[in-house]
Design a protein around this ligand. Structure first.
Ligand code: ADP
Ligand code: MG
Length: 678
C-alpha cells in the first residue's frame, strides 16, 4: 500500500509526512509515539487531586454560559457532577460548546484538574460521549510538524495497522524470540501505537528496543576492523618503553603509566591492539601515544598518527619531532595542501619506509598513501572521526595495532554499542600541580573589565585566547563574527598589543604562521573561531574568553576551556553570554561549578539524553528510533552477550537470521556514512 492510498492523506499532508521522514507505510508504522496520555481510567470527582490528568464521567447541571472577557477572549463555564461531587468546567474561546451540551446525557471529560480547598475545576477538557475513542484509551502523542495533527497521525496509523500490518516481518529470529519471550514484531508495532495497559506498552517497547540494539551491535561488530587474517603483529619484548619514559623531562602520572603498561601488553601479545585511551583535556595523552610510537619504531615498524584538524596535526608533528630528535626516528607531516613537490617526496619517503612516523590529518587515509611497514595507527580526538574513517585507516597495512584517544568520555553503554570489543584505559588524574581553571559566566557589559584583566595577565607574561562562534556576518543570529570582533577589540582595547586572528577559512600555511607566532609568544592574544577547539597546547596561554558561550554545547565549552590550564599556573575561563533559556543557564552554571570532564559529560547526558551524543552529518536522521542508551543500559549489556553468542556460534548463517542480517547490513551502511561522535 502507498501512503497516498491512506484515507485522509492528500498531496499536502503527504509532503509534510515526507518532511517528517515518513516515505512509506513501513516508515509510518515505525513512527512511534513520544509519550502517552492515560485516558483509560475513570476517577470519581471526590478522589481527584490537584494537577491530576484524568478522565471523569459526568452529567451537566445546566446549560453552560459564556462570558466575554475582552476582545478575542471569552469563557464558557458550566457545573457538572457525578455520584461523588460537583466540578466546575470551563472552556476558553469555545462558545459553541453551549449548544453541544445536552441535559441528562453522560459525558467523559479528560484534562488537568485544579483543586483547592473549596473548589474542583477542569479547564478546556477533551470531551466525548463514548468511552473508547479519544477517551477510554491510552492516547499516543506523536511528534508533529505543521500541517499534521495528532489525530491525523492516529487515524493514518490506524488505517495502516488495519491494512498493512501483515506485511511487517519479524527481524529477531523465532528461536530467540521464543527463548527470551519476546513478542512478534507485528504485536509490538500494534501495541506501541495502541497499548491497552502499561504492561502491554512495556512489552512492546522491550521487543522493539531489543531489535534495534541487536541490529546496532551486530552492525558495529561487523565493522570491527577487518579481521580476515590471523597474523597480527607481535611486537618484540624489549626495553624501549622504559627507555622512552626515563628520557622524559617530567614524571608521568599513575594514570599515564597504567595506560602505557596496557598498551605495551597489547603490543607484545599476539592479538591485535584495539584500545581507547580516554583522559580529560590536559591529562597528557600525547605522551602516551609517543611511548607507543617509540616502541613500534624501535621494533622496525611505521606509525600513523592522525589528528582531526590541520592545526593539531602540525602541533603534533612539532612536538613529536622535538621529543624524538635525539632518537634518530624520522618524522614527517602529511596534510592535504602540501605543494606537489613536497607531497611527492613525503609519499615516496613513506612508501620506502624512510619516514617512520607519519603525522597528519585525514589525508593519511587517502588511497594513494602507501606504507612500507605500518604497525601502529593512532587517532587523536577520536570522537571527531567517523566510524567509516576509523575503519579505513586501520585497514591500511597488515593489521596494524590500533590506538584511539579521546577527551570526550564515552559512557560505557555507548562504547559497548559502538565499539563492541574495544578495550579502554582511562587516565583519571591530571599531572601534578595543575590548578582548577577558574570559570566565570558574565554578561556583555563586562567586556571592558575583561580586556583590562587580559592586559594584566599579558603583563605577567601570559597569553590569551578569545573565541567567537561564527566567521560570516550573520545578522539573524546576532553573533560576533571573528573579523569584526578582531577589528573591534584591536581598536578599542589592544591597539598597542600584538593580536592575531585565526579561522577555518584561512589557508593552512597562514594558519601555521599565526599559530607559530602565538606559540612563540609573538602574538599575545589570539582571536579565533572554534578551530582551536581540540588539542591545541600552548602552555603560556592562561586566559580563554568565549563570546556567546550560550551557543556552545557543554562538551565543546569544556574542550575550549581545556586550551588553558596546561601548566601549574592559574588559568581563567570567561564565558560571555546572553543565556536566557533554562537549558542555557544550566549549562553556564555547570561550567562554572564543574571542572572534571567526566562529571561534566554525565551532567550533559542527563540534560540532553544520549541520543544527541551522536551527531549525524545529515541532521534529522536519528540513528536510533526507540532505544535510549542510558535508559536501556541494562538491555544493552545483555544484548552484548547475546551478540557474543550469535557471533561465536555463527548463528547468523541460519535461515531464520535472514531478516536480521539484512537489517544489520542496512544499519552498517548508515553507520559508515553518518556517524561521528561529538
Ligand atoms: P591532552 O590529554 O589534552 O592531549 P596533552 O598530551 O596535550 O594533553 O598534555 C598537556 C600538557 O601537559 C603538555 O604540555 C604535556 O607536555 C604536559 N604533560 C603531560 N604529562 C605530564 C606530566 N606527567 N607532568 C607534567 N606535564 C605533563
Ligand atoms: Mg590532545
Amino acid at each position: 500500500m502507498e501512503l497516498s492510498e491512506i484515507k485522509g492523506i492528500g498531496t499536502k499532508k503527504l509532503e509534510v509526512l515526507n518532511s517528517m521522514g515518513i516515505h512509506d507505510v513501513n516508515d509510518l508504522l515505525n513512527y512511534f509515539p513520544t509519550r502517552y496520555e492515560n485516558r483509560s481510567i475513570v476517577k470519581n470527582i471526590s478522589q481527584l487531586k490537584d494537577q491530576d490528568n484524568c478522565v471523569i464521567k459526568v452529567k451537566f447541571i445546566d446549560k453552560p454560559v459564556t462570558r466575554y472577557i475582552r476582545k478575542n477572549l471569552n469563557l464558557t463555564t458550566a457545573m457538572a457532577f457525578d455520584d461523588t461531587a460537583k466540578i466546575n468546567v470551563s472552556w476558553f474561546n469555545q462558545p459553541f460548546i453551549r449548544n453541544q451540551i445536552k441535559p441528562d446525557t453522560t459525558y467523559y471529560l479528560y484534562g488537568k484538574i485544579q483543586r483547592n480547598r473549596n473548589q474542583i475545576k477542569i479547564s478546556s477538557p477533551i470531551m466525548s460521549k463514548k468511552f473508547g475513542g479519544k477517551i477510554g484509551i491510552i492516547y499516543p502523542i506523536y511528534k508533529l510538524k505543521k500541517g499534521i495533527t495528532n489525530n491525523d497521525m492516529i487515524k493514518f496509523i490506524d488505517y495502516a495497522l488495519k491494512n498493512s500490518i501483515n506485511e511487517v516481518k519479524s527481524v529477531i529470529p523465532y528461536s530467540m524470540r521464543a527463548s527470551y519471550k519476546i513478542e512478534s514484531k507485528r504485536d509490538a508495532i500494534k501495541n506501541i501505537h495502541k497499548p491497552t495497559s502499561y504492561a502491554e506498552f512495556k512489552k512492546a517497547r522491550t521487543a522493539l528496543v531489543l531489535e534495534e540494539i541487536l541490529i546496532m551491535q551486530l552492525a558495529m561488530r561487523s565493522i570491527k576492523i577487518s579481521n580476515n587474517s590471523s597474523d597480527y603483529i607481535e611486537f618484540a619484548k624489549d626495553d624501549s618503553i622504559n627507555e622512552f619514559v626515563s628520557s622524559l623531562k617530567f614524571e608521568l602520572t599513575k594514570g599515564q603509566l597504567d595506560a602505557i603498561k596496557d598498551i605495551e601488553q597489547d603490543m607484545i601479545s599476539p592479538r591485535r591492539m584495539n584500545r581507547l585511551i580516554q583522559g580529560d583535556v590536559g591529562s597528557g595523552k600525547t605522551v602516551v601515544a609517543e611511548a607507543a610510537m617509540f616502541k613500534a619504531c624501535k621494533c622496525g615498524y611505521q606509525c600513523a598518527f592522525m589528528a582531526p584538524t590541520d592545526i593539531l596535526a602540525t602541533q603534533h608533528f612539532e612536538s613529536v619531532s622535538e621529543d624524538f630528535k635525539d632518537s634518530g626516528i624520522r618524522v614527517c607531516l602529511l596534510k592535504s595542501d602540501l605543494s606537489k613537490a613536497d607531497k611527492e617526496i613525503t609519499l615516496r619517503g613513506i612508501k620506502s619506509g624512510y619516514f617512520q612516523i607519519i603525522v597528519g590529518t585525514h589525508a593519511i587515509i587517502q588511497d594513494f598513501v602507501e606504507f612500507n611497514k605500518l604497525g601502529l595507527v593512532i587517532t587523536d580526538e577520536q570522537h571527531r572521526f567517523g566510524v567509516g574513517q576509523r575503519k579505513k585507516i586501520s585497514d591500511k597495512g597488515d593489521n596494524p595495532d590500533v590506538l584511539v584517544m579521546t577527551a570526550t568520555p564515552i559512557p560505557r553503554t555507548l562504547a559497548l554499542s559502538y565499539y563492541g570489543d574495544l578495550d579502554i584505559s582511562t587516565i583519571n588524574e591530571m599531572p601534578k600541580g595543575r590548578k582548577k581553571v577558574e570559570t566565570y559566566s558574565v554578561g556583555f557589559s563586562y567586556e571592558k573589565r575583561i580586556a583590562n584583566f587580559i592586559r594584566k595577565q599579558i603583563n605577567l607574561g601570559f597569553q590569551a585566547y578569545i573565541v567567537c562562534p561564527l566567521i560570516e556576518e550573520s545578522e539573524s543570529l546576532d553573533l560576533e563574527n571573528v573579523t569584526a570582533l578582531y577589528d573591534r577589540l584591536n581598536r578599542e582595547y589592544f591597539s598597542d598589543i600584538n593580536i592575531g586572528m585565526l579561522h577555518g577559512k584561512m589557508k593552512s600555511t597562514e594558519k601555521d604562521e599565526i599559530m607559530k607566532k602565538f606559540i612563540e609568544g609573538d602574538i599575545k592574544i589570539l582571536v579565533s573561531t572554534t578551530v582551536i577547539e581540540v588539542g591545541v597546547n600552548v602552555k603560556r596561554a592562561n586566559v580563554i574568553v568565549i563570546y556567546n558561550a550560550e551557543r556552545f554545547g557543554l562538551s565543546q565549552l569544556h574542550q575550549l576551556r581545556g586550551r588553558v590550564g596546561r601548566s601549574s599556573d592559574q588559568a581563567y575561563c570567561i564565558l560571555i553570554n546572553n543565556a536566557s533559556t533554562d537549558q542555557q543557564m544550566e549549562r553556564m552554571n555547570i561550567m562554572v561549578t564543574t571542572n572534571s570532564g567526566f562529571e561534566l559529560s554525565q551532567k550533559d547526558l542527563l540534560m540532553r539524553g544520549s541520543g544527541d551524543l551522536l551527531g549525524t552529518r545529515q541532521s534529522g536522521i536519528p540513528m536510533l528510533n526507540i532505544a535510549d542508551l542510558e535508559k536501556d543500559a541494562e538491555l544493552i549489556e545483555k544484548v552484548s552477550m547475546v551478540c557474543d553468542f550469535i557471533l561465536g556460534n555463527k548463528l547468523y548463517q541460519k535461515d531464520e537470521y535472514e531478516n536480521l542480517n539484512r537489517e544489520v547490513v542496512k544499519f552498517k551502511e548508515k553507520l559508515l556514512k553518518d556517524v561521528i561522535f561529538n
